[in-house]
Design a protein around this ligand. Structure first.
Ligand SMILES: NC(=O)c1ccc[n+]([C@@H]2O[C@H](COP(=O)([O-])OP(=O)(O)OC[C@H]3O[C@@H](n4cnc5c(N)ncnc54)[C@H](OP(=O)(O)O)[C@@H]3O)[C@@H](O)[C@H]2O)c1
Length: 301
């Protein structure tokens, strides 16, 4: 793959949603998408942070065409409200970048009693995609992009313990949610192809970057991370490249998994990323889809 993002023609007239657009990788993705001509709808959970980010984006790129709609992915009612507002303001959606995420396991649950990482990182995005799916034009340039992670590698879907309360690893819930992102993209793409549609779904991982994701870590880990990160990790703008490639490249066919190709896949040029055999299991992806339909009370495809 030798695609150059700079060869992309203006995308004026096209509409994208980026969730978690106010910070880190989502902020940089929004900036780049706006620079390519997209109108970007920033799905953010905090109005003040979103307004501040929007102002900063416009300072960096004054022609940026941006809109903020409040979205708390951990709360299905908020996802429904976002979808309703989006429908009232727009008539189509060309690119959906399901970017927002939380990393640190708190053991907390949402109002419906679902563990917060699974609820935020996966279920909220499943429902969002489901509710807006019919607004996506049936073309290969229409994209649904999931942000997975290297953390999917040690993970499995704990169907009998979704909160990961019995899991031994500290990062089981985050790994599970990022694996769910990857497997949702696969299953979505399979269903798109099976139904004869041209819309493309795929997953990416950004490598590692010093974003807000690590702010809630225990202090010792946090400061060690802050010292080491410039030596081994991506900048947030470099970490946005796999998402941009997935959203914009005409070479993408659907079902790919993209990420940086350098040392430990932490950073480097974008290419096909490594993934576990478990993450390729169609039976698990199907079961996850059915469970997600049930938990969000929403069906599509
Ligand atoms: N950075 C990395 O090294 C890395 C590695 C692998 C994968 N990723 C993935 O990359 C994506 C972006 O993360 P990041 O690194 O850019 O982290 P970040 O700087 O913390 O940004 C995460 C964004 O998600 C938003 N968010 C969190 N919970 C939300 C909710 N309930 N509803 C709506 N928005 C919510 C945050 O909003 P607030 O500002 O209001 O908190 C923030 O805008 C995530 O999916 C993450 O798992 C990152």
């Amino acid at each position: 793959m030798n695609f150059k993002l700079k060869n992309i023609p203006s995308q004026k007239g096209r509409i994208a949603i980026v969730t978690g657009a106010n910070n880190g990788i989502g902020f940089e993705t929004t900036l780049a998408m706006a620079q390519y001509g997209y109108k970007v709808i920033m799905g953010c959970r905090n109005q003040e942070k979103a307004d501040k980010a929007k102002a900063e984006l416009i300072r960096k790129f004054p022609e940026a065409d941006l809109d903020v709609i409040l979205l708390d992915l951990s709360d299905l009612a908020s996802v429904k409200k976002f979808a309703k507002e989006f429908r009232e303001r727009y008539t189509k959606l060309d690119v959906l970048i399901n970017n927002a995420g939380i990393l640190v396991y708190s053991g907390k649950k949402n109002k419906a009693g679902v563990e917060l990482q699974f609820a935020t990182n996966h279920l909220g995005h499943f429902l969002l995609t489901s509710l807006l799916f019919d607004m996506i034009p049936d073309k290969p340039s229409s994209r649904i992009v999931a942000l997975s992670s290297l953390a999917h590698k040690g993970a499995k879907i704990h169907f009998d313990d979704l909160s990961c309360e019995k899991a031994e690893e500290n990062d089981a819930a985050y790994g599970q949610s990022k694996l769910a992102n990857l497997m949702f993209a696969d299953e979505l793409n399979r269903r798109l192809k099976d139904s004869g549609r041209q819309i493309i779904a795929l997953a990416v991982h950004p490598g590692g970057s010093d974003s807000g994701l690590f702010d809630e870590m225990p202090k010792v880990t946090y400061y060690t991370f802050k010292i080491l990160s410039p030596l081994i990790l991506n900048s947030n703008s470099a970490a946005a490249k796999p998402s941009l490639f997935a959203a914009l490249s005409p070479e993408i066919k659907g079902g790919e998994y993209l990420g940086p190709q350098g040392f430990q896949e932490f950073r480097g040029k974008v290419g096909f990323a490594k993934r576990t055999d478990y993450s390729k299991r169609k039976d698990v992806a199907e079961e996850l889809w059915e469970l997600s339909e049930e938990m969000t009370d929403s069906t599509f495809l």
